[in-house]
Design a protein around this ligand. Structure first.
Ligand SMILES: C[S@@+](CC[C@H](N)C(=O)[O-])C[C@H]1O[C@@H](n2cnc3c(N)ncnc32)[C@H](O)[C@@H]1O
Ligand SMILES: [Zn+2]
Length: 276
């Protein structure tokens, strides 16, 4: 059971005490109990998932895009930045594509894939026996013990910096990837997608400085010709379009020539700033 990877790391979302695992449930020292889904993930949300959770259709599109290698330059950056992380928390983990690579080959490394989407957790639970998939909201107190992980990873994902600082060990690292304004620029222009907010990276670094010291920033920029299927999947997997119907997006994309795209992104490695 991949959930075993989380033993000793998880904290009860209700009382903060350590969570232990039985085959069917996760139970804290105070007796709060949470069901383990038959697909192998642990749901600690304590209520319905919010509307912004990625859907099964979005996850399927994301999985195809990631498998196609479109984001491999970013995957390489993330893998280098997370190297030697023995216990890694990935937030907004989606399919856990980045976490799986971040764990390297060491069978002793372990990861927690945390996402607010049950569809994501189902996929993450299958990704690797060293990955425990947990459904939780990154904007609530994270269901992890203080100083329990040595890397927190957030790739195009929401960031609760105070909580990341709490769960990281003293020497721990936060690794964040954000899109820069040219990210998917060709596709955005063609499909009328929302622009990337300017200064995203600068604002992240300013906000993080309260809790972290910047260690490094790396950038990647590459161009790729997309098939119509790639383009449709890239639109479907995100929340950047005003158009809701994936089938109509696919039809639109299929009617046009493959467009060049240009997906720059930055990855920043930040170290916890002291004890605070
Ligand atoms: C843009 S996707 C990135 C997924 C993955 N990191 C990747 O790059 O392939 C953002 C992910 O964050 C999740 N998410 C959104 N809001 C969240 C929240 N409040 N707490 C936890 N996860 C959240 C979504 O369900 C989705 O899987
Ligand atoms: Zn409890």
């Amino acid at each position: 059971m991949a959930l075993r990877a989380a033993v000793g790391l998880l904290a009860c979302p209700l009382c903060g005490h350590e969570i232990g695992l039985t085959p069917a449930a996760a139970v804290c020292d105070s007796g709060h109990s949470f069901d383990i889904a038959r697909q192998g993930y642990l749901n600690l949300l304590g209520g319905p998932q919010p509307a912004n959770a990625d859907t099964p259709v979005m996850l399927a599109a994301r999985a195809r895009v990631l498998e196609s290698g479109c984001f491999d330059p970013l995957l390489d950056l993330v893998t280098a930045a997370t190297r030697d992380g023995r216990a890694i928390l990935e937030v907004g983990s989606g399919t856990a594509h980045y976490l799986r690579r971040a764990l390297g080959d060491d069978p002793g490394h372990r990861g927690i894939a945390l996402d607010v989407s049950t569809a994501a957790a189902k996929r993450a639970a299958q990704a690797d026996v060293r990955i425990a998939a947990v459904v939780a909201d990154v904007w609530k107190p994270l269901p992890l013990r203080n100083r329990s992980v040595d890397v927190v990873l957030a790739v195009f994902a929401p960031r609760n910096l105070a909580e990341f600082a709490r769960v990281l060990t003293i020497e721990g690292r936060l690794v964040v990837a954000v899109p820069n304004p040219g990210h998917l620029a060709g596709l955005r222009a063609r499909e009328g997608l929302l622009d990337i907010e300017p200064e995203k990276e600068g604002r992240l670094l300013a906000a993080a400085s309260e809790f972290f010291t910047k260690v490094a920033t790396s950038r990647t920029r590459h161009r790729r010709d997309l098939t119509a299927t790639d383009a449709a999947d890239l639109v479907t997997m995100g929340r950047t379009s005003g158009r809701a119907d994936p089938a109509s997006r696919r039809a639109d994309a299929a009617g046009q020539h493959p467009a060049p795209r240009d997906p720059p992104a930055s990855g920043s490695g930040l170290r916890r700033a002291g004890d605070g």
